[in-house]
Design a protein around this ligand. Structure first.
Ligand code: UGA
Length: 439
């Protein structure tokens, strides 16, 4: 089956590559010719485990091609996935300009039946709007071409996007009409044969499932961050609290890890968009609002914790380990590391930092004579007055604190992800502070 994917960002590139891996004949389109040129040489602009290998493999097998030509893209794919980005406007609403422009260009080149699928996260009602825009664009050109619009939201996580695409817990497809349903059944045939559940719904329900899922994940994180904070005030241990809560199947163990706040390109943006969707429909979602408020104050709370431990931070060396918004990615969009670094710099601290993947991205955003980007975690800890774990990279959990004890100036460790074993750190001679952990 011929598939086209419009947009080669995170979602688009993973979708196109994985569909090629599933045996489809895929053409990925990006309006940036330079990006297309690099992709043709298997150079991918993001760090995502397994993706580069699959791009190379499927491109060499001629199942995966790249182009900057929209006409070719529309001619090629019977099913056209729209996976362009949808930035957030200042008021929290999603900017759908890229999505509608893609729809407009599809209409310009569409000569025969096509299924237009939104993979981008779009507000409830967007599928219907795309349908109208396509209809108007075709009428304006005096052409009659049959098409269907489908919503097929993506639930992949950065850092394990390939696995999430290949082995999802469910595939959600919002569809109107049998012809489109048949096409989408063919796209996901292999996965449905493996027993992966496919949920069919109308367009609006599929769109809502995506927002409800991401907002709920955000709620869980802000909730456990509040619990961690209260644990600190009453000598309870959040690790045991979360563990015991998670054993209740009605709650589940995932997304109950306290941290410096949720970041990335999805959870903060989608929670904001969900609030603005509710408002536009006449209801302000209060739980989502509180979730965002807790999250927005979380970096400040982390800084207060650091300042409380360090007392006077001016000229103290803080070793910030981790810059990415989470482990397994080079992505620093909405990373809590940024406000934490900025506030520490404002307080006069000297920063030595290291991240296995996100250094280049952060260097472009933040430079100061008082910040040194170091080649590894150990060198970031040279002369340190405080080792601060911000991202939960496994290599930080494996640090040898006996070695670090000889390098640091003051043996203080603050673990904002609770990834270290407090006893090991303390035995090496450090004071240890986690989040909601009894010291
Ligand atoms: C999220 C969702 O998990 C995916 O299902 C969804 O497809 C994706 O958004 C999207 O909409 O495209 P992602 O942004 O890659 O995926 O990151 P997550 O793994 O969800 O983590 C988000 C943030 O929450 C990170 O900053 C992470 O450190 C934080 N987090 C996560 C916690 O602080 N505690 C936890 O227990 C879990």
């Amino acid at each position: 089956m011929n598939i086209s994917v419009i947009g080669t960002g995170y979602v688009g590139l993973v979708t196109g590559t994985c569909l090629a891996e599933l045996g489809m004949n895929v053409l990925c389109m990006d309006s940036n010719p330079q990006k297309v040129h690099l992709l043709q040489q298997h150079i991918i602009p993001i760090y995502e485990p397994e993706l580069d290998v699959l791009v190379k493999k499927n491109h060499e097998a001629a199942r995966l091609q790249f182009t900057d030509d929209m006409k070719k893209c529309v001619e090629h794919g019977e099913v056209l996935f729209i996976a362009v980005n949808t930035p957030t406007g200042a008021d929290g609403t999603s900017d759908l300009h890229n999505v509608f422009q893609a729809a407009e260009e599809i209409a310009e080149h569409m000569q025969q039946y096509r299924v237009i699928v939104t993979k981008s996260t779009v507000p409830v009602g967007t599928g219907q709007q795309i349908k109208q825009k396509l209809q108007h664009a075709l009428e304006a050109r005096n052409r009659q071409v049959a098409f269907d619009v489908v919503s097929n939201p993506e639930f992949l996580r950065e850092g394990c996007a390939v696995r999430d695409f290949m082995q999802p817990e469910r595939i959600v497809i919002g569809v109107e009409g049998e012809r489109a349903q048949e096409c989408m059944t063919a796209v996901y045939l292999q996965q449905s044969r493996q027993g992966i559940p496919i949920l069919w719904s109308n367009l609006e329900t599929a769109e809502m499932i995506k927002y409800a899922s991401n907002t709920y994940l955000a709620v869980k994180i802000s909730f456990i961050n509040e619990i961690a904070h209260i644990c600190e005030l009453c000598s309870a241990d959040v690790r045991m609290v979360a563990h015991a809560m998670g054993m209740d199947r009605r709650i589940g163990p995932d997304f109950l890890r306290p941290g410096p706040g949720f970041g990335g390109s999805c959870l903060p943006k989608d929670t904001r968009a969900f609030i603005s969707i509710g408002k536009s429909l006449g209801y302000t979602p209060q739980i989502a609002q509180a979730t965002l408020q807790v999250n927005e104050s979380q970096p400040q709370r982390m800084v207060s914790k650091i300042l409380h431990t360090l007392q006077a931070p001016a000229d103290k060396v803080i070793s910030v380990l981790g810059l990415a918004f989470k482990a397994g990615t080079d992505d620093i969009r909405d990373t809590p590391a940024l406000p934490i670094l900025q506030q520490l710099l404002t307080q006069g601290a000297v920063i030595r930092t290291y991240d296995p993947q996100a250094m280049e991205n952060m260097k472009q955003l933040l430079s100061s004579p008082r910040i040194t980007y170091c080649p590894d975690a150990y060198s970031a800890c040279n002369g340190s007055d405080c080792i601060l774990i911000v991202t939960e990279w496994p290599e930080f959990a494996a640090l040898d604190f006996t070695v670090l004890r000889r390098q640091v100036r003051t043996p203080v460790c603050i673990d904002l992800r609770n990834i270290l074993n407090p006893e090991d750190v303390q035995q090496a001679g450090f004071s240890y502070e986690g989040l909601g952990v009894i010291g």
